[in-house]
Design a protein around this ligand. Structure first.
Ligand SMILES: CC(C)(COP(=O)(O)OP(=O)(O)OC[C@H]1O[C@@H](n2cnc3c(N)ncnc32)[C@H](O)[C@@H]1OP(=O)(O)O)[C@@H](O)C(=O)NCCC(=O)NCCS
Length: 101
């Protein structure tokens, strides 16, 4: 922490069928260095992203959330949607998670 880079995430405009017609942004590639997980870096990243994306005028943030991380998103008010699936990018089970801004 301090001035060390410990986390990454990217955000870009992309619609979601779970909020038809909404101005939506997608979160991808969220990760915190394993050595500092559980110390609030993920929360800080997510909070700042929500602030910026909301300020841009978007209505919704969404992601394909790894099942192993769904508790993290739910703790921050994101809602799990639909059936689980395995993505081609990383061979792990996921669900769509949505956060109304
Ligand atoms: C998921 C991840 C980004 C969370 O970042 P973090 O810095 O560890 O999270 P924080 O320390 O801010 O945790 C915030 C809260 O969420 C909880 N939490 C964190 N990861 C969790 C998980 N995988 N499942 C359930 N709860 C989790 C913490 O216990 C904490 O709860 P508290 O507020 O009661 O203390 C991080 O653990 C990670 O990079 N995991 C591996 C990669 C990954 O799964 N990325 C997401 C892909 S969709």
């Amino acid at each position: 922490m301090g001035d060390r880079l410990v986390g990454v995430a990217s955000f870009s405009p992309e619609p979601t069928p779970y909020r038809p017609g909404a101005v939506a942004w997608r979160l991808r590639g969220m990760a915190v260095d394993a050595s500092v997980q559980g110390q609030g870096a993920g929360t800080a990243l997510l909070d700042e992203a929500v602030r910026r994306v909301r300020a841009s005028g978007a209505w919704v943030l969404w992601a394909n959330g790894r099942d192993s991380a769904l508790g993290f998103y739910e703790r921050h008010g994101w809602v799990v949607h639909g059936e689980g699936f395995v993505t081609g990018e990383v061979d792990l089970p996921h669900h769509v998670v949505v956060f109304d801004l």
